[in-house]
Design a protein around this ligand. Structure first.
Ligand SMILES: [Fe+2]
Length: 284
């Protein structure tokens, strides 16, 4: 692996792979990197809860079993999804023991699936079942790159300053990098999914990030995940804010001119409101 390639990797993966100079990234490397991230998160929780070793021991055993099980019984895409979920679980745990990232990702996937199921969306954007399934999966994995963003930035209760924001804006690229690594390691073609994941913070007016692409250059999945992600983020509670009502969330999104595909947002309103009620009932 040459240095130029190493420089493109998230810091956490660079650390894991820094001793390795082989050209090929093996399945074991990917598992080891997930494991290292999990261990790092457990240590953080231990230090916060002031019970050295206990949480690491208990959760470590649990997660080791999960890794063994997923590695032994699944191959290809299923393994990638399992490992990505574990990576997200780690970051969730490193933020706080009842973190929000995993729930948020599941919510975004549910909202994206609901948008794809709308007859008008299906007709207007040629969404087949295969495309819908891929977009749902991309929605579930869209923020996997946040495992490369330091906890102090993800967990900051105040506004991010410019340098912190510059780091935060890299997370879609980290998502692409991690999923590219996994697709190579498991020999699975995920090109379209990775493009959709990488474009979930782009805007139709070209003022999004990280690539500042606009309109037709943003893949359909990226546009759908953007709507689902924004609605989920607004209606969920965070350490720094109370949740908006779904109606307030829609109003905020409609007022944000140039961000979303206008027709898509209009057609997404009913599916989003229905999906919100279903999720609320499931929690209650
Ligand atoms: Fe994101």
């Amino acid at each position: 692996m040459d240095d130029e390639y190493m420089n493109q990797l998230p810091i956490v993966l660079q650390r894991v792979l820094q001793d390795k100079k082989e050209e090929v990234i093996s399945v074991e490397d990917v598992i080891r990197s997930s494991w290292a991230m999990i261990a790092k998160g457990m240590q953080f929780v231990d230090s916060k809860l002031n019970m050295p070793g206990e949480y690491v021991k208990e959760m470590g055993t649990f997660l080791k079993k999960l890794i063994d099980k997923s590695y032994a019984s699944k191959t290809g895409l299923a393994s990638i999804v399992d490992m990505a979920k574990m990576g997200v679980m780690l970051k969730d745990t490193s933020l706080n023991p009842t973190g929000h990232i995993l729930t948020h990702n599941k919510n975004v996937a549910f909202y994206a699936e609901s948008i794809c199921a709308s007859e008008k969306i299906k007709t207007a954007y040629y969404v087949t079942e295969k495309i819908s399934n891929r977009i749902k999966l991309a929605a579930l994995l869209h923020d996997i790159g946040k495992i490369g963003i330091p906890d102090y930035i993800l967990n900051k209760p105040d506004m991010l300053n410019l340098s912190e924001w510059n780091i935060m804006e890299q997370h879609p690229l980290y998502s692409e990098t991690i999923l590219n690594l996994m697709s190579q390691a498991f020999n699975v073609d995920m090109e379209l999914l990775i493009m959709e994941v990488g474009s979930h913070h782009e805007r139709c007016d070209g003022k999004g990030y990280p690539k500042k692409i606009a309109e037709q250059n943003i893949p359909l999945g990226g546009k759908i995940i953007a709507v689902a992600d924004c609605f989920a983020g607004l209606t969920e509670k965070r350490v720094y804010k109370e949740p908006k009502t779904p109606q307030q969330a829609i109003e905020i999104m409609r007022a944000d001119e140039g961000h979303f595909d206008e027709y898509m947002l209009q057609q997404a309103i009913t599916p989003l409101l229905k999906a919100y009620e279903k999720l609320r009932k499931n929690i209650a």
